[in-house]
Design a protein around this ligand. Structure first.
Ligand code: AMP
Ligand code: MG
Length: 346
């Protein structure tokens, strides 16, 4: 595989003798640049425009998008081809950057003080009025946050000045990438820029700990050893095992994830009397409370709107929410997965 791998000159990539305009949509190869001032500036401006930028952290390469931009976050799921909306980790460079997003508690502050920047992700309750996309939480009332310990990641976060949602930068179901070449091989031109900062020193995903429940629970063992966490807290910390649940598991593993309070009816052409209607596509002439996930029938736009619109229609004055059929293509798979859980009997 060959990569476009050279220096940035205004709006063009100079590669050997040829100049390729990279905003023209002509290129299909992944844009992969070594980390330097120019690629950092480019990466930060692409992220602020809602584009996808892969970057190294100490754990694995992350596929980053502006965590406050619904559409940008939806495009992460589209690029990875994830069959469902797992919640995503939100990254920032300083602990105080997370203050508008989460409700801190003493345990979380102690772990952040002792172990950040580093390979540990903290799950906390979302704060009232949190400006992050609901998609990063996959509709839950919690957010996963982390400060990565890598100079490229930290420089990019500071330069962008936005929280960055970033799962591992690989196609769903494949190995996590620990080099820029792994990212290029797995995601190709689905990512707008890959910043090459060398191999990831830890090479394992972060340890995920749930601090939104009364007792802390490790949801995913990872790059930070359990013993270090227990040393900070001065107490043993249980590890969640799917076969023997100790506490509410990682929501990604739960059958019923986000469910509205009122019944959800799928594949509805029209709402019944008293129902709210969540439409998709251009032809939905009906009265009553209607929101349209995407009048143009775009599943990426629909994914970006899904959780926010379900929340808006989930009102006691409606007897239920009828939902238009959504095509089972691209992000439609993940949308239908989530809608089926929302509609499942409880
Ligand atoms: P990745 O982004 O690929 O490293 O995976 C992130 C992991 O964190 C997944 O296992 C998610 O299920 C988990 N995770 C992220 N956000 C949350 C959350 N709000 N609650 C529980 N687990 C989460
Ligand atoms: Mg992953």
């Amino acid at each position: 595989m060959c990569y476009i791998y050279h220096r940035v000159l205004r709006d063009a990539i100079v590669c050997s003798e040829a100049v390729f305009p990279f905003h023209s949509g002509v290129l299909t190869l992944p844009l992969l640049l070594p980390f330097d001032d120019a690629s950092l500036t480019l990466g930060a401006s692409l992220l602020r425009e809602g584009k996808l930028v892969a970057f190294p952290t100490e754990t694995v390469y992350g596929l980053g998008a502006d965590a406050t931009n619904d559409r940008a976050v939806a495009s992460i799921y589209a690029a990875k081809g994830r069959p469902s909306f797992n919640p995503l980790i939100v990254h920032a460079a300083d602990k105080k950057d997370f203050d508008p997003f989460v409700v801190w508690n003493d345990t979380a502050c102690a772990l952040a003080r002792a172990l950040w920047p580093g390979p540990i992700t903290l799950i906390l309750k979302r704060k009232e009025g949190c400006p992050l996309s609901l998609l990063v939480s996959a509709g839950l009332d919690t957010v996963a946050i982390r400060i990565p310990n890598h100079p490229v990641a930290l420089a990019l976060l500071r330069k962008t000045g936005r929280p960055i949602a970033a799962p591992s930068a690989n196609a769903s179901g494949f190995l996590s990438p620990t080099t820029a070449a792994h990212v290029a091989a797995s995601l190709g031109d689905k990512v707008d820029l890959i910043l090459d900062g060398g191999a990831c020193p830890v090479g394992l995903e972060s340890t995920v700990i749930n601090l939104a429940t009364s007792t802390p629970v490790i949801l995913r063992p990872g790059g930070l050893p359990l013993e270090k966490i227990e040393a900070v807290l001065g107490t043993p910390v249980p590890v969640f095992h799917a076969e023997a649940p100790l506490s509410p598991p990682s929501p990604g593993m739960l059958a019923s994830h986000y469910a509205p309070h009122i019944p959800v009816r799928l594949n509805a052409e029209q709402p019944e009397k008293g129902e709210a209607f969540l439409a998709f596509g251009p032809q939905h002439p009906c009265s009553g409370p209607v929101l349209n996930l995407s009048p143009s029938g775009d599943v990426v736009e629909a994914a970006a709107n899904l959780f926010a619109m379900l929340h808006r229609l989930d009102r006691p004055e409606h007897i239920g929410i009828a939902v238009s059929p959504i095509p089972n293509e691209g992000l439609g798979l993940a949308i239908n997965d989530r809608l089926r859980r929302a509609a499942a009997a409880r």
